[in-house]
Design a protein around this ligand. Sequence first.
Ligand SMILES: [Zn+2]
Length: 418
Amino acid sequence: MSNQNNHYLSSDWHLDRRCFGRKTVLLLIDGMRQDMVFSSDRQSAAKMRFLDSARRGKSRIAGIRGNYSAVVKVQSPTVTLPRIKCLTTGRVPGFLDVLWNFFASELATDSIVRRWHSANFSVQFYGDDTWTRMFLGSFAMAQGLPSFFATDFYEVDKNVTENLREALNATSSWDVLILHYLGLDHIGHIEGPNSRLVPDKLAEMDAVVESIVTALSSQPVDWLLVVTSDHGMSDLGGHGGASPAETRTPLVLLSSVQLSSSLDPSIELPELEQTDMANLLTSWTGVQPPRASLGLLHPSLGGLACGGFSNSLLSNNWLDLLELEAELNSKSEAFNRSERSKRCAEDLNYCYSEARQAQQALVYASAEYSLPRMLIGLGLGCLCCLFRLPTLLQAVGMMTAKSNGPNEFQSADDRHFD
Ligand SMILES: [Zn+2]
């Protein structure tokens, strides 16, 4: 591999201090499938009335100057830990990560959370404790809540909202706020996506969105709210597979900043890769994207990049992907970066579509699995389960003994891999 040391690091990316003071809220609603937000059916749109009007530029709140909607394509396995990894690193994790979902431990790979931490951003987190286990020591304030019991539809979410309320009353204490709600996913697991509880839960999430936008709009700072999900939900309510309902999630951006092209939501929505989220969030905050990210910033989102749209920055990221693809196909000898750079400057759209193709090839290559490796993974999984069996039995025993408490979880059968 040539230029190994700076291979994924475009030299033009650096910490851009012009964007200090920007507020970023990443709101993750676990298990939310794209048709829960983008359905043309009026009844569905009514469930998230505020979000729907805001993304169409029709909100009563004047502080929203930019909106953007897209469908995000997610690779399988559609379970939480690999998806958080993808969102935060821009890389495509493997099936072995399904196992680590159960035993989430600190993430060694470079990520947006690490980048923010290194740049002295104050990052707060509330919600699914997978995050607090993955990013130990990276949050200025955090409360990780257990995702283990699927019958909890309300307690964890209530807790997140209480923490959110405090954070919105003290916006000067954070730069980035990450929230991960679990109730919707849990309702899906137990009752399915057509449960009568789903509309109420979506309305609860809509109120959360409205409270964030209302609070941020009253501040004299630039802000971005990112509403998305880690994965979708199958028609039976579960997830983990590769069906469209599980692999298509919504993305809605609302911002005080005018995005360069707010799309007409009535036309077909653009489709992004989940890896792109890492680059989108780092572009907004002015920090370098995670090393080895396969993310790509869509040109229509150039308006949110710190310091404004810059062809050189964007095309540098694109050139990285083109060069990586050349290496994947053993054609790195023939790859001439300065030649390609010149061509990109001449025709940005063509360059972007080439980079998108390269990204698809790289994502596909990362997501390819060999049978022997998967069998090794399965074997390791069985060993892990055997190893943790006494702890699980002990936990079940403790919970049975405490089952009279008002907030205790009722049954060991509620456990699920999120
Ligand atoms: Zn789940």
